[in-house]
Design a protein around this ligand. Structure first.
Ligand SMILES: Cc1cc2nc3c(=O)[nH]c(=O)nc-3n(C[C@H](O)[C@H](O)[C@H](O)COP(=O)(O)O)c2cc1C
Length: 182
């Protein structure tokens, strides 16, 4: 079974994006293993720290290095992806020439209560993926407008059409990772 490093761009305890990640994990049960590096303990990027690297950064890079693919689950902050993700991405992309993302298949999804469902934030993030060395899955896309109780506490998607939509995305991602992962 392929392992996916899932980078969720929110630390909020009730994060809709974490809910989305967990729902996708459930829909991929038995086909993909999701691991969630702890982005909250990673310090602000600072070149000086490479001489005595914080364990949180080592753990982040190892989790990505050891995964077959990466999944970015991003909120939209001011029409771009979240600063939490930007910081984690900066660390994992370094040192120069040793990006943990290099040659990894990857995809971007996201959710927000807003009508465009993180479309603007995702567009920004997708533009970054080739720079990182990620081989992006272009289609299908997930721009999900979060509604109350759309995803329940057991990570079930409660609206059948949305569940089917997300399941199609999972099927495509499983096939993409199988095809592209080294
Ligand atoms: C600084 C900030 C900027 C935001 N900008 C946007 C935005 O551009 N578009 C949008 O749809 N929602 C925006 N939101 C609302 C977030 O989508 C909302 O807080 C969402 O719940 C965050 O994701 P989470 O639930 O995973 O924490 C913004 C929220 C914050 C805190």
């Amino acid at each position: 079974m392929k392992t996916i490093a899932v980078l969720v761009g929110s630390l909020r305890s009730g994060s809709f994006n974490l809910k989305l990640a967990k729902a996708l994990e459930k829909l991929a049960e038995g086909r993909l293993k999701f691991v969630y590096p702890d982005l909250g303990s990673v310090p602000h990027y600072n070149d000086d720290l490479w001489s005595d690297l914080p364990a949180s950064v080592t753990a982040l890079k190892s989790a990505i290095d050891e995964s077959d693919a990466v999944l970015f689950v991003t909120p939209e902050y001011n029409r771009t992806y979240s600063p939490l993700l930007a910081n984690a991405i900066a660390w994992a992309s370094r040192p120069y020439g040793k990006s943990s993302f290099m040659h990894k298949p990857g995809a971007v999804v996201g959710t927000s209560p807003g009508a465009i469902g993180t479309a603007a934030g995702q567009v920004d993030l997708r533009g970054l993926l080739p720079v990182l060395g990620v081989i992006p899955m272009g289609q299908p896309e997930v721009y999900l407008q979060m509604k109350p109780d759309l995803i329940d506490d057991a990570s079930n998607v409660t609206v059948p059409d949305t569940e089917a939509f997300l399941k199609r995305w999972v099927d495509a991602f499983v096939a993409f990772v199988d095809r592209v992962a080294l």
